[in-house]
Design a protein around this ligand. Structure first.
Ligand code: SF4
Ligand code: SF4
Ligand code: SF4
Length: 250
């Protein structure tokens, strides 16, 4: 089994686990789901600053994932997160994929949005009004379709329409958990911790840009010898599509 198949296997397994949980969760209250959701670290974690109890199991799992990004980057996004996998499959349905690419210049600006979403979500948690974010939270919406409120339809439209035209639209521009993972990677870098990265061999590279055209996160790979961009989710597509053997590798 090669590295691409191993990644797919991870994605299928975790998507399957989510589907099983979904069937199992239907008779359970959303409240119970929050207790184990790693994303709760954002929605409920900051409540601790108000002296209130938080969902400790969920927060600890969430923190482990966040800390892991300092050492291995956002493999969680590329291998495990079911929401990322679902978006990957939504985009596969788009027959005009190559025509809906966003320029790197514009992309750089839109990516800032997720940090705003992170700040707003953290504020809502501290202000104890996180139920407002819950109405938009894609995890809640996809896991409890019966509980979708009017505002949740906006998230569904973003996930399905945005994700149809732009690969991993939510991951790139709006996911607050992605923003927090990037913050952790930033501090890891400040501390001089060496992250596991993908490398591009400039001597072999012929600048065909095929890797850039296929990058799930629209990273300008041409800038890097070591792809240190915090938004890299280790989807391996750049390695898979590069026509030059051993040009991009771990
Ligand atoms: S960016 Fe967010 S939604 Fe996308 S894969 Fe990562 S954690 Fe999941
Ligand atoms: S295509 Fe390469 S650079 Fe882009 S996200 Fe995937 S692994 Fe990272
Ligand atoms: S696909 Fe390979 S050869 Fe082409 S630009 Fe990217 S790294 Fe270089």
């Amino acid at each position: 089994m090669d590295k691409f198949q191993i990644r797919k296997l991870f994605q299928y397994v975790f998507l399957g686990i989510w589907l099983l949980l979904l069937l199992y969760l239907i008779p359970i209250k959303i409240h119970t789901c929050h207790q184990f959701c790693p994303y709760s670290v954002i929605c409920f974690g900051p409540m601790i600053f108000r002296g209130l109890s938080v969902y400790f199991i969920a927060v600890i799992i969430g923190l482990i994932i966040l800390i892991s990004t300092i050492f291995i980057g956002r493999r969680f996004c590329g291998y495990i997160c079911f929401l990322g996998t679902i978006q990957e499959y939504i985009f596969k349905l788009n027959p005009f994929k190559t025509k809906t690419r966003i320029s790197h210049k514009l992309d750089k600006h839109i990516k800032i949005l997720k940090y705003l979403v992170l700040i707003i979500t953290l504020y809502m948690s501290i202000a104890l009004i996180q139920y407002l974010y819950m109405q938009f939270c894609p995890i809640v919406i996809l896991s409890f379709p019966g509980a979708i409120k009017k505002l949740g339809i906006i998230t569904l439209l973003i996930l399905f329409i945005g994700g149809f035209f732009i690969e991993r639209f939510w991951c790139r521009y709006l996911c607050p958990y992605a923003a927090l993972m990037n913050v952790f990677q930033f501090f890891g870098k400040l501390l001089g911790i060496k992250k596991h990265m993908i490398n591009r061999n400039w001597e072999i590279c012929v600048d065909c840009n095929i890797c850039i055209e296929n990058c799930s996160m629209n990273i300008d790979i041409s800038k890097y010898e070591e792809i240190s961009d915090p938004n890299c989710i280790h989807c391996l597509k750049c390695i898979k599509f590069c026509p030059k053997a051993n040009c991009i590798s771990y």
